[in-house]
Design a protein around this ligand. Sequence first.
Ligand SMILES: [Zn+2]
Length: 435
Amino acid sequence: MPVQKKATLLIKNIGQMITMAGPVPRLGADMKQLGLIDNGGVAVAGDEILAVGKSDEIEGRAPLAEGCVVIDAKGMVVTPGFIDPHTHPVFSMTRENEFEMRILGKSYMEIASAGGGIRASVSDLRNSPTELFIQRTSRRLDRLLAYGVTTIEAKSGYGLSTESEIRQLEIIQNLNETHPIDLVATFLGAHEVPDEYRDRRKEYADLVINEMLPKVTGAKLAEFSDIFCEEGVFDIEESRRIQQAAKNYGLGLKFHADELKSTGGAELAASMDAVSADHLVYASETGIKAMAESGTVAVLLPGTTFSLAGSTYAPARRMIEAGVTVALSTDCNPGSSHTESLPMIISLAALQLRMTAAEAISAVTVNAACAINRQDRIGRLEVGCQADIVVWEMNDYRELPYHYGVNLARMVVKKGKLLTGLGNDTSGRKTMGPV
Ligand SMILES: [Zn+2]
């Protein structure tokens, strides 16, 4: 007879426990289903969820191990750890100068000719020591965790040479091994054409296909391949060619698509069975329909539109109505969206995308898990799932978008361990300490 597992961590007296039990992904009206248990409790054994149920029954179902950590949630809200499925977290140089130029009315071209844009981050990556990136990215990951994010997707794309793209992916791999947060790596060698290839675009695409992809996949440094498919960056045909090669090397596909204009990016992503297409501010009706049919996740990034002071946001409601899997993300990067706050993105999703709190929570849990192929393991509080859990300082989950710009994440459990020392200074509360 198997030995019964004992609980090493127990959270009880949870006012609203959002388990997300139910269909995966959450589509259409099902996005409102949170698998909510009032007065709930959750028991964890090691790094896995052992039992989920009513608080007063949970101890009877899960005997406590010696030294079990018991947390009294005192009526607060508990959710699965949030998942941020689109980030560019590896950078050392911040670009507040560009932000200021932008608010003073300078155009993208003026900023680029003053040395700004993606190319500024490329020269930062090529010219600064690895140790500095590990240090600064690690602080960024601390902040993501403090905001209740327990898994992120992380892209390369600031190297744009074989050596520096690999270095960036190795930094992501190193942080995945040393930092509590989980990182899922995406190769984004086709983020931009680097200066030295400006007049030799095809040669750069050849380099990505014939040199970078074999090396990246040979060393198992990425699970996904992404591309900036946009007018003036990589067009539809270039994108198809590079991504087809990536697919042949076994990588899942992601696209930066239809961010600035409708160029058929959503249609291309759907036709190549991409795992996700991201941004999609100007996705066409045919693109939306094609994505619903192919099951390609729409990762929406309202923080980018907000931070660029844009007025047109992605058509989230049309996508939800069409049956597209909708996820949300910070797009954390030094240029167009410098934030680690996924809760702030939830507020923007409410106000600008007209998504309810429940829909937004579906978008950063089960649906975000689908955007990184982790839906079997994370994004839900169900028996056997990874024990990534957040206790929120609120009594009703609808406070999340409404109480904007502050950090309500009170405790974060990662792989069954209660993390301490995540200073949540934005809320003015004491930092998280041992229970
Ligand atoms: Zn991006």
